[in-house]
Design a protein around this ligand. Structure first.
Ligand code: ZN
Length: 493
């Protein structure tokens, strides 16, 4: 099957969830309220997670006791049932013990009334999701990279953020003007960017605000407003159709190589920012704990980290928009990112080779983040009338000659030019891979990854020939406890 894709010319309307992100300009009072909400959300997440971990520990202890009494382990695991509490259960239990400092009643969180109740509720949901993601990943229900055991959030370490919902019939999250966003409990917050696009979505596209996520990034606060809206999915333009398919090879030597022969250089954001970051972190390390200078140095460091992150994100957005608007079909490799960047260290029995070199390579791969490129392409192609095509991850795109189809084994990553020993083709090896990707990728249903035969790709944990990957799939001691009632119900939008 070739990369040519038939697409109906009629435009269709689709209901989509779209986030509108704006920078906030809060007053000092509002800023402390935002921080307070973020603190409450962190507290609530940790509270909920602690309840789950506690249940899990009780289950493990009970199983261990049975095993000690002579019951086979498998049977013991099946026999012991412990309910891991979900959002509803935790919320109800907390209501009884939370206290109220307005009435002088001490409790778990007597300050609860100072923040929106949604800050608690969404944190409980997040804890449910984190637990479920770990459990599903453990039992193989969840695709992709292994998800670790949920961790507690730490002040100053974890990102400050919280999510607020509202009753969509009587919206309390809405743009008051093009420059002011109304938030429940916090009030009207001035925005640094215009809310015009958000207002347009609410008007013309009959969008409905679902929730708002507020997060701190560096020294600024951002609001991401999630809107359910009717979106017109356009057909490809004539220019896009004329351009046809573009194959994209992501990120080893360059940010991307296109099948047209164009090479988009690696922004190397990390490398460029490294000296300034190193300097700032040294300065920070030299300051005295608790001093005013330390706080200044911390802020400076955070700003640098933040700037690096925004630059990287801008570069990726430019690339994905250009691809989605310039061609009718964007073909990418179904890159197993986790596999590519997996540490080269190897295992004790079989230590890895060229660990230093490979970790340098890992850094530049991470600079481009193929997973993020793929995610952006998934929705942007829909917006701009193009489609995404995925190449089976087992297709050796970099080892195959794009001229004659011959295979060239034992390719090392340091070889920049692909020279075919059969037909004599000589081409940049990333471009050669991009041409193969354009030719052999298969159109993908939105969100579904298919291989060349149209079957779903195998889950990564079943991959063979990668001992280090298999080693990581050993279930941690204890194993999965029982599901809670709330885990299955109420998923956030
Ligand atoms: Zn050849």
């Amino acid at each position: 099957m070739s990369g040519a894709i038939q697409r109906s010319h009629a435009t269709e309307t689709r209901e989509v969830l779209r986030a509108y992100r704006v920078t906030l300009d809060p007053t000092p009072d509002q800023e402390s309220m935002l921080a307070q909400h973020a603190g409450a959300a962190r507290w609530a997440f940790n509270h909920a997670l602690a309840a789950k971990v506690d249940a899990h520990e009780r289950w493990k202890t009970a199983v261990a006791e049975l095993v000690a009494a002579g019951v086979p382990e498998e049977a013991a695991r099946k026999k012991i049932k412990v309910l891991v509490p979900g959002k509803q259960v935790i919320q109800k239990a907390l209501n009884a013990v939370k206290g109220d400092d307005r009435k002088g009643i001490d409790g778990a969180c007597p300050w609860w009334h100072t923040v929106s109740t949604y800050a608690f509720q969404s944190a409980f949901l997040d804890a449910d999701m984190a637990w479920k993601a770990w459990l599903d990943s453990l039992t193989g229900r969840r695709k992709g990279r292994r998800v670790g055991y949920p961790r507690f959030k730490k002040k100053g370490r974890s990102r400050d953020s919280f999510r607020l919902h509202h009753d969509v019939k009587r919206p309390t999250i809405r743009p008051a003007t093009t420059r002011r966003l109304l938030l429940p409990r916090i009030g009207e917050v001035r925005t640094h960017d215009s809310l015009k696009r958000l207002k347009a979505a609410l008007g013309r596209r009959s969008g409905v605000i679902q929730s708002v996520t507020i997060a701190r990034g560096g020294h600024r606060w951002y609001a991401s407003v999630l809107v359910r809206e009717q979106m017109l999915m356009p057909a490809p333009t004539r220019a896009q159709q004329a351009a046809g398919t573009v194959g994209v090879d992501l990120g080893v030597h360059s940010m991307a190589a296109l099948s047209t022969g164009e090479i988009i250089p690696n922004p190397r954001v990390k490398a460029r920012h490294a000296p300034a970051l190193a300097k700032a972190s040294r300065a920070y390390a030299r300051t005295v704990k608790g001093s005013r200078r330390r706080e200044q140095a911390r802020r400076r460091l955070a700003r640098l980290h933040h700037r690096e992150a925004t630059r990287r994100s801008t570069g990726l957005h430019h690339l994905t928009k250009r691809l989605a608007t310039g061609w009718a079909v964007v073909a990418v490799e179904d890159l197993d990112v986790a596999g590519l960047i997996r540490s080269a260290k190897g295992t004790v029995d079989k230590p890895g080779r060229r660990v230093r070199q490979k970790s340098g390579l890992n850094r530049s791969i991470l600079d481009v983040s193929p997973g993020e490129v793929r995610r952006q392409l998934d929705y942007k192609t829909g917006w701009y009338g193009s489609t995404i095509a995925i190449l089976d991850r087992f297709y050796p795109s970099s080892k195959t000659c794009s001229g004659c189809g011959g295979r060239k084994p034992n390719l090392t990553l340091s070889e920049r030019v692909f020279i075919c020993t059969i037909c004599g083709l000589s081409m940049d090896c990333d471009v050669n891979a991009a041409v193969n990707i354009a030719r052999f990728a298969v159109a993908s249903d939105r969100g579904e990854t298919l291989n060349a035969r149209g079957a779903s790709v195998r889950p990564s944990h079943l991959q063979v020939g990668r001992p280090d990957a298999l080693m990581r799939e050993d279930p941690p001691e204890g194993g999965p406890p029982q599901h809670s009632d709330a885990l299955a119900s109420s998923t956030p939008t």
